[in-house]
Design a protein around this ligand. Sequence first.
Ligand SMILES: [Fe+2]
Ligand SMILES: [Fe+2]
Length: 481
Amino acid sequence: MNIMNVDYSTKIPNNVNLSEDRQVLKALEGWHPGYIDWWNDMGPDGFQQSLVYLRTAYSVDPRGWAKFDYVKMPDYRWGILLAPQEENRVIPFGENYGKPAWQEVPGEHRATLRRLIVIQGDTEPASVEQQRHLGKTAPSLYDLRNLFQVNVEEGRHLWAMVYLLQKYFGRDGREEADELLRRRSGDADSPRMLGAFNEATPDWLSFFMFTYFTDRDGKMQLHSLAQSGFDPLSRTCRFMLTEEAHHMFVGETGISRVIQRTCEAMKAAGISDPADIAKVRALGVIDLPTIQKKLNLHYSLSLDLFGSEVSTNAANAFNAGIKGRYHETQINDDHRLQNSTYPVLKLVNGEIKRVDEPALTALNMRLRDDYTQDCVKGLLRWNKIVSTAGYDFELALPNVAFHREIGEFKDVHATPDGMLIDDATWNKRKGDWLPSVDDGDFIGSLMTPVTEIGSYATWISPPKVGIDNKPGDFEYVKIET
Ligand SMILES: [Fe+2]
Ligand SMILES: [Fe+2]
């Protein structure tokens, strides 16, 4: 069998030779009905009978792996796709540096690996649940299609993690796979595992922020796991990253289009001050200060996903060869980190300071720094749109101490500029920095669906290019109710 191409003859498309792996195939087929039930209950609300112009992977060859066609979402072929096995791959970091990568789970690392796979797996269906109502207020058919593309692929990422659990973790893997279908985003009794995945995604600006900032946390985690000495996990994550790139594209271009439209509307109305919120909102577009507040919220929630800055779990996972650094193989050092340090932002006598910590325990901080650098790229593009339009306004990432629930700064309050403030000041000012109920209501008031082919809501520009070289006025979704 050609590992590059995907076998569509089994019920579960795959490039892992499932037709000859009867036991795992049976386990996955047993899990399938529960998945479909979950999709029907918690997947996109409505539109399940609509034809959506979706891409489906037919190969894992990076030069060409997807085909586009109209599909009803419940008929989407969720498959198990692993990047091709690299011959003689070795563990690229940690105490086992240079030893052959594992094709089976090493007994002593079983619990750690299972935990990491379950945490990653839990985020995938969570985001589908968070986004399930958005179809009803999509600003265009193009955006509606992108939402559904992201949703079906997050569903596939759940399959990817469930395959690993079912194939490599026996009975407890099967139990974990069932649990992944049982937890629900935001549920009081059985929530999803990570904070940001229990937050609401009430409107499309939140969706774009989520796909830009929170999917990007996913990218960083997948990159670290793609380095794993456990080869099947590495291969799974490498292919997921190919799909994930589109999700972040949706976020980045979505926010770009919102900003573009706001600037155009302000210019046409002769508004010179972007902070004149009432005037800007009267135009039916989202003012830049409110976009900044949404950004503050989603960035800070996403920073919490990296865990504590200093973490022995992170050190252990690295030492063991389970979870590496971003672009590990391209880093020029000993890949063991026994004697190196890394500067960590800490709270020292009421001040935010950089303190050198052993590099091994500072791995979460390092990954978070890599993440922040990656986030900055979008901000540069967005600010370019604003300055090209002639406005003096800059979007900025808030300080890492701002609005945190996890890590060094969880017990203090800070301004977006990183000034520490007391509770009273925080309570008085937080509405200036985070979306208020009024802000949410205003954005909500703009969220009316636009379903005519080639039309776009007042608050967002059309995309520069369509999907799959199709124009913006292509019928991306044939709505059937
Ligand atoms: Fe994902
Ligand atoms: Fe994603």
